[in-house]
Design a protein around this ligand. Sequence first.
Ligand SMILES: C[S@@+](CC[C@H](N)C(=O)[O-])C[C@H]1O[C@@H](n2cnc3c(N)ncnc32)[C@H](O)[C@@H]1O
Length: 218
Amino acid sequence: MQIDVFTLVPHSFAWLTEQRPLATVLGTEIDLRLFGYRDTSPLASGQVDDSPYGGGPGMVLRVDVVAAALDAVYGGAPDHRVIALTPQGRQLDQAVVEELAAEERLTLLSARFEGFDERILTHLCSDAISIGPYVLSGGELPAMVLVDAIARLQPSALAEGSSAHETFSTEFDGGLEYPQYTRPPEFRGWGVPEVLLSGDHGRIDEWRREQSRERTAR
Ligand SMILES: C[S@@+](CC[C@H](N)C(=O)[O-])C[C@H]1O[C@@H](n2cnc3c(N)ncnc32)[C@H](O)[C@@H]1O
């Protein structure tokens, strides 16, 4: 799968690309390309934004700048999904992540400051995605959230089967995972449920299913 991210701060992705599981699948299952709007801006001095028509605070990412960036990489409008990261978009959840992970190519557009000129959303994008009902300062973290969530679904990203046993997976009917514990068995008087130390895998499975159902129903 190829994921292209357009951003004002390509270097902000350096940390993410060193982290597992993304680092594990980069270059094999995921080809991640980062593009800076300034590098292809048709405006003097790499200008990318401008003040809003009608007045008001902040700067707006220009449509001609984004169009030039897409033209430079794809030679025109790409024939795959182009997703704007915006708090006004369709809210991301695991089902949306799975839908997007099934694509062969994705383009993610991030903005900063006051966001996108509306014509970017209406004419250059196929989708608009929000990572939640709150406003961040830029689309880089939302793009990283999406890239990481997609990376986890790649076949060699995680230990075999572990993504199939997580919160929101079909294993839990889309619900929440059971609570997890590890050593020590007691710390400051805080114990571990006896069933998990019993070695009885039938009882453990039943307890976990019950815990998952209870948490999901809360
Ligand atoms: C400060 S925000 C702009 C908010 C915009 N003026 C509004 O009120 O809807 C700057 C950029 O951060 C990104 N962003 C902020 N919050 C986001 C969220 N919840 N989901 C996805 N992207 C977000 C978007 O790329 C957005 O254009």
